[in-house]
Design a binder for this molecule. Structure first.
Ligand code: SF4
Length: 369
C-alpha cells in the first residue's frame, strides 16, 4: 500500500477512473464547460449536453461570438440558466481581455462571472496542472471526516478550514487528478449516510475513523424549510392561439429570463382577490389590459430559498398583443423547444400546452462525478 495519502488516493483513482469525454484532453475551455455543467447535474445527464455543446461551440471564441438565445437554447433542460449566462459572459470577457486564453492566474480567473474559488481550482489544476485545491460538496465531506472537523459544515469557517486542509494535501504532481479523486471518493465511498470505510483507500489517515466519528460527521444544523410563496401567472393567448411570454426584470429571481407574466402574491391579497390583483399587475407592470379568468393550471417549484406555489389564470387580451423586446408570442409548438426556466415549463406542462418532461429529465443535484 502507498505510504502517503496522495499516493494511496491516486492509485485508487487510477484503478477506477472512468473514461469521460472531458477527461480525454486538457483544454481549459472544455474542462471549464464540463465543470459548469457538472455543478448541479449528474455525469450521465451532462455527457450528451457536453457533446452537443462542443459540436456547436468547439472553442472559446465560437461561444463568445454566439448570441445569448442560442446559448440558452443549447442549455435548455439542464436548468439553472444563470450558469450558462455567466459562462457566456465570462467567455466573452476572456475573449476581449485575455485574447481568448483562459487566464492562469487564479485570482484573475476567479474574478470572472460565475467562476469563484471552486471552478478556478478545478479548471486550473486539471488543465494547467496548478497546485490548487478544488472542494465541491463531495470533497468537502471527505475533508471534514479526514480532519475530524467538528463544526457545522454549512458554516463558512468550516468550509475554509476544509479548503486549507485540501491545499496542504494537494500534491505538486497530478494536482488535477488528486482533486478529481477526492471528489470521486466523496461521491462513491465516503458517502453521506454510511461511509464505506472498509473500501476507502485513505482510511489509515482518517481522523474521524480513528475516533469513531465517521457516522456523525459532518455535523449540520437543520435549516428552516424554504417558505412557500404563492405566484399568480397569466396564460394569455392571442387571436391565433399564441401564448404571451414576458421578459422578467433585470434583477431578482430568474432575472432577465422569459416566463409567463407573473407576480408573487403578498399576504395582504385574499385568495378571492388574486385574479383582480393579477389584472392590476399586468396593467401596472406591462401596460397591458387583460381580463383574467379562472385558474387553468397549478404547479410547484422549489428554489433554494423559496418555493413557488404557482397558479396560472386564463387571460383574454382586451387589446392588440404587445410587441417589442419585452414580449414574445409563441405557438405551443414553439413553446416546446423554447428555453423556459423550469418553474414556468412546469406550469405550461400542467396547463397541457406542451408535453410533460420525460422521466429522467436532469435532476437538480450535486455532481456525483
Ligand atoms: S475512512 Fe471512512 S470516513 Fe474516512 S474518508 Fe474514508 S470513507 Fe470517509
Amino acid at each position: 500500500m502507498a505510504d502517503t495519502l496522495d499516493r494511496a488516493l491516486l492509485e485508487w483513482y487510477d484503478s477506477r477512473r472512468r473514461d469521460l469525454p472531458w477527461r480525454r484532453q486538457r483544454d481549459p475551455y472544455r474542462i471549464w464547460v464540463s465543470e459548469v455543467m457538472l455543478q448541479q447535474t449528474r455525469v450521465e445527464t451532462a455527457i450528451p449536453y457536453y457533446l452537443r455543446w462542443l459540436e456547436r461551440f468547439p472553442d472559446l471564441l465560437s461561444l463568445a461570438r454566439a448570441p445569448e438565445e442560442e446559448v440558452l437554447a443549447l442549455w435548455s433542460g439542464l436548468g439553472y440558466y444563470s450558469r450558462a449566462r455567466n459562462l457566456h459572459a465570462a467567455v466573452r470577457e476572456v475573449a476581449s481581455r485575455y485574447g481568448g486564453e483562459v487566464p492562469r492566474d487564479p485570482d484573475a480567473f476567479a474574478a470572472l462571472p460565475g467562476v469563484g474559488e471552486y471552478t478556478a481550482g478545478a479548471v486550473l489544476s486539471i488543465a494547467y496542472g496548478l497546485r490548487l485545491p478544488a472542494v465541491d460538496g463531495n470533497a468537502l465531506r471527505v475533508l471534514v471526516r479526514l480532519g475530524a472537523l467538528e463544526g457545522d459544515i454549512t458554516r463558512t469557517a468550516v468550509r475554509r478550514e476544509a479548503v486549507r486542509l485540501a491545499a496542504r494535501l494537494v500534491p505538486e504532481d497530478r494536482p488535477g487528478d488528486f482533486n478529481q479523486a477526492l471528489m470521486e471518493l466523496g461521491g462513491s465511498v465516503c458517502v453521506p449516510r454510511r461511509p464505506r470505510c472498509g473500501d476507502c483507500p485513505i482510511t489509515a489517515w482518517c481522523e474521524a475513523r480513528r475516533r469513531g466519528l465517521e457516522g456523525v460527521l459532518p455535523r449540520r444544523t437543520r435549516r428552516p424549510a424554504a417558505p412557500a410563496v404563492p405566484l399568480a401567472a397569466a396564460l394569455i393567448r392571442d387571436g391565433s392561439g399564441r401564448v404571451g411570454l414576458a421578459r422578467r426584470p433585470a434583477v431578482g429571481l430568474l432575472a432577465g429570463m422569459w416566463g409567463l407574466p407573473a407576480f408573487e402574491v403578498g399576504a395582504e391579497t385574499p385568495a378571492g382577490a388574486v385574479a383582480a390583483a393579477l389584472e392590476r399587475h399586468l396593467e401596472e407592470a406591462h401596460g397591458l389590459r387583460v381580463r383574467v379568468g379562472p385558474p387553468v393550471a397549478r404547479a410547484r417549484h422549489v428554489f433554494s430559498h423559496r418555493t413557488w406555489e404557482m397558479t396560472a389564470f386564463a387571460g383574454d387580451l382586451l387589446e392588440a398583443p404587445p410587441e417589442g423586446p419585452g414580449w414574445r408570442w409563441l405557438t405551443p409548438g414553439e413553446l416546446e423547444g423554447f428555453p423556459l426556466p423550469r418553474a414556468f415549463s412546469r406550469l405550461v406542462e400542467a396547463a397541457g400546452l406542451v408535453p410533460a418532461a420525460p422521466a429522467g429529465r436532469p435532476e437538480r443535484r450535486r455532481s456525483t462525478r
